[in-house]
Design a protein around this ligand. Structure first.
Ligand code: BGC
Length: 279
């Protein structure tokens, strides 16, 4: 637990998302897990999707139900069409509908360009980009079927794509990952343009360096932390809750007029910190 967690955890209005049903992919760990818990704290019922790590997913479900809302863990590989279709159908059957999709599941398979295998390239594109496409497509079908229910939300549905600062910051040694997030940016904006007239809001959150298992090597030693902080004007590494709070806000009617935007949650990483003293 980081020093900021205790203070940042309790700022969520408990009724903000009352009556809404949220699906969070890759919610057994890291940013997805914190997001699922924050949505539950805000009053939403939550489906915790996972592909591996059932125990962690069940633990997240327990934490969420302690807020007095419903939660369940669903196994599905977001990159496999049949599994995504089955997951969203099951959610509609068991929870009644889907109001919020957080397309979060993502991974890295890092390698220098000349060492990168096609399998490494393909896996990252399949999960990070195609997975978000499949989940967004299926959730949208449900949003369109149901339409706006004014007592629940001003929008027929909300999609929040988990992107990264690497949707605009090139990243040597990670061409598959950076390409997938660049793709997420344009997929999000195009879906937002297409779906806005249907009262479906599509936005993205782009985290910077957040302390999770995906980037352990960037923060686990004192030297690594020091190097990483050089890239962060705000001089702290992010917590998963920092991102979770941005997602809760974007999903809520407080941000009903926010459409097709990327919200960077990065402590200023995208501000070209090298130019603070150089250039
Ligand atoms: C990556 C992390 C990295 C961060 C900042 C994220 O999208 O998954 O590994 O630390 O960007 O570079």
């Amino acid at each position: 637990m980081s020093s900021t967690e205790g203070t940042s955890r309790n700022v969520i209005p408990a009724q903000l998302l009352r009556g809404q049903k949220a699906l969070v992919t890759g919610a057994n760990s890291g940013i997805g897990r914190a997001t699922a818990i924050a949505l539950g704290r805000a009053g939403a019922d939550v489906v915790v999707n996972y592909v591996a790590g059932r125990e962690e997913a069940e633990k997240a479900v327990e934490e969420i139900t302690a807020f007095g809302v419903r939660a369940a863990a669903y196994e599905a590989d977001v990159s496999v069409e049949d599994q995504v279709v089955a997951m969203t159908n099951r959610m509609v059957q068991e929870f009644g509908t889907i109001d919020i999709l957080v397309a979060n599941a993502g991974l890295q398979r890092d390698a220098a360009l000349t060492d990168m295998t096609l399998a490494q390239w393909q896996k990252v594109l399949d999960v990070n980009l195609t997975g978000q496409f499949l989940c967004a497509r299926e959730a949208t079908k449900e949003f369109l079927r149901r339409g706006v229910v004014p007592e629940v939300s001003r929008a027929a549905g909300k999609i929040i794509c988990m992107s990264s600062v690497h949707q605009i910051i090139p990243w040597a040694g990670h061409v598959n990952y950076a390409s997938s997030k660049g793709g997420v940016q344009m997929m999000m904006a195009t879906m937002a343009q297409e779906l806005a007239p249907k009262r479906i809001r599509v936005n993205a959150v782009a985290p910077g360096a957040i302390k999770t298992p995906i980037n352990r090597s960037a923060w686990e030693t004192a030297q690594a932390q020091e190097d990483l902080l050089q890239l962060i004007p705000y001089k702290r590494i992010g917590d998963p809750e920092d991102v979770a709070h941005a997602v809760v806000g974007l999903a809520s009617d407080l941000m009903d007029y926010v459409v097709g935007t990327t919200l960077y949650v990065d402590g200023g990483m995208t501000l070209f910190p090298g130019f603070a003293t150089g250039g």
